[in-house]
Design a binder for this molecule. Structure first.
Ligand code: AMP
Ligand code: MG
Length: 403
């Protein structure tokens, strides 16, 4: 183990991970299926958005100078709805056009008054404006996006709004990364499947289910294996099977210092470890390396730890594989509403509830922070990023990750 980076800082771990990204192919996918897929190239708009000056309101369009001394009476020249095929007339002084939201602005008009501030004569020929026209109710061509402008960048995980924007820009499909196949391999003699009757001293296996969900959340494809017993032969066999089937393997359990921590041992003896142990709490035991050419993350067995390590290390590793260094998770600044235990050496990742009702975002602990307590994560809005040496005093500030 001597030359393997051991007990590295969080930043050192990220630096090592960036040198070992996955090589993931691409495919072209129709809009309908883009949600939660990862964009593989920057994409540009094929149109100006809006395509033409148009009305933001149902109302009347006219020359602003006609409306500066309300009430003002104007003759109604035309009615225009969105998508109209009528020839646009030119608005002269004293004239108005009845206009619907999204309809093009006729030449000469430079202001809109919403219908609520207008009244129409009984014969429908005239409108009385009860207020000054509003120039800002004209949506200007290209004010959202210019044709040719890049609005979505490589590495974007498609959200509902970015799928919509892709359509706005005129693309029927987009080039995305293929989903990486990620094997999830829980280890431990004590583990049984939920729903089974537990034998003495057994517990329900939960990590593989949480990790499967996390893999899906990041836009990839999980394969969940049933748990492997703590034996070198069983582990070797299952790792070989997973390596043959997957682009990347996540194990859980068996990476600490104990005699039965066989993932660590087999990786030491037969694998290729790039780092082991990281200065974060919870979740200090993880290891990263290769099992016969396939990248492997050995996650801790404690359920809260395995989840936190996924968010802090595995997700950035996956993102680094599908973007040019950028695309990090959003962080917010929170103020500690109580004292938090910190460390001179480790990054402290407390599960917090964030109270947003006041001026500052206040961070409260979700309660007992044991690394086996998954409920501390279920209750949490976020995860503190309390840097080594942070005082943790009530009233101080730190970054937090939104969960
Ligand atoms: P280990 O890292 O293997 O020593 O496991 C640490 C703790 O996490 C032990 O209490 C294990 O029983 C528990 N644990 C390990 N793997 C799982 C799992 N897949 N689901 C739930 N608990 C687990
Ligand atoms: Mg174990």
């Amino acid at each position: 183990m001597s030359e393997v980076p051991y007990f590295v800082s969080y930043d050192e771990a990220l630096t090592i991970l960036r040198q070992h990204t996955l090589n993931i192919g691409t495919e072209t996918i129709a809009l309908d299926h883009l949600y939660n897929r990862i964009l593989a190239e920057d994409i540009q708009s094929t149109v100006d958005d809006p395509r033409f000056d148009n009305s933001a309101m149902d109302g009347f369009a006219f020359q602003y100078s006609d409306s500066t001394q309300p009430p003002a009476v104007l003759s109604i020249k035309q009615t225009l709805q969105a998508g109209t095929d009528e020839q646009l007339t030119t608005i002269e002084p004293g004239q108005a056009v009845r206009i619907m939201t999204g309809a093009p602005i006729p030449n000469g008009a430079d202001a809109i008054l919403p219908i609520e501030r207008c009244s129409i004569s009984d014969d429908g020929s005239e409108v009385t404006l009860h207020d000054e026209g509003k120039k800002h109710f004209i949506r200007k061509q290209g004010e959202n996006l210019k044709r040719g402008q890049t609005a979505l960048t490589k590495g974007t995980l498609f959200s509902p709004s970015s799928v919509g924007l892709c359509a706005t820009m005129g693309h029927a499909s987009a080039k995305v990364f293929k989903k990486a196949t990620i094997g999830i391999l829980p280890t431990g003699d004590e583990l049984q499947l939920p729903g089974e009757e537990l034998s003495d001293n057994s517990i329900y296996e939960s990590n593989s289910f949480g990790l499967t969900s996390l893999v899906r959340m990041t836009g990839h494809n999980p394969i969940r294996y049933t748990s492997v017993s703590d034996s070198m032969d069983a582990l070797r066999q299952q790792l070989d099977a997973a390596a043959a089937e997957c682009d990347f393997i996540l194990t859980s359990g068996g990476v600490s210092m104990g005699e039965w921590d066989l993932v660590r041992r087999i990786m030491e003896e037969e694998g290729d470890i790039k780092f082991w142990r990281v200065k974060i709490r919870p979740g200090s035991p993880p290891l990263f390396g290769y099992w016969k050419g396939t990248p492997l993350f050995g996650l801790p067995g404690n359920p809260a730890s395995s989840h936190v390590v996924f968010r802090m290390l595995v997700a950035p590793f996956l993102r680094a594989s599908t973007s040019e260094g950028g695309v990090e998770e959003k962080r917010i600044r929170v103020q500690l509403a109580e004292r938090f235990k910190t460390s001179p050496t480790d990054l402290i990742l407390r599960r917090i509830v964030i109270d947003t009702s006041g001026e500052n975002m206040l961070a409260y602990s979700t309660g007992y922070q044991g690394s086996g307590n998954l409920n501390s994560l279920v209750l949490a809005d976020g995860l503190t990023l309390l840097e080594p040496g942070h005082s943790g005093e009530k009233g101080t500030w730190c970054d937090a990750l939104i969960l």
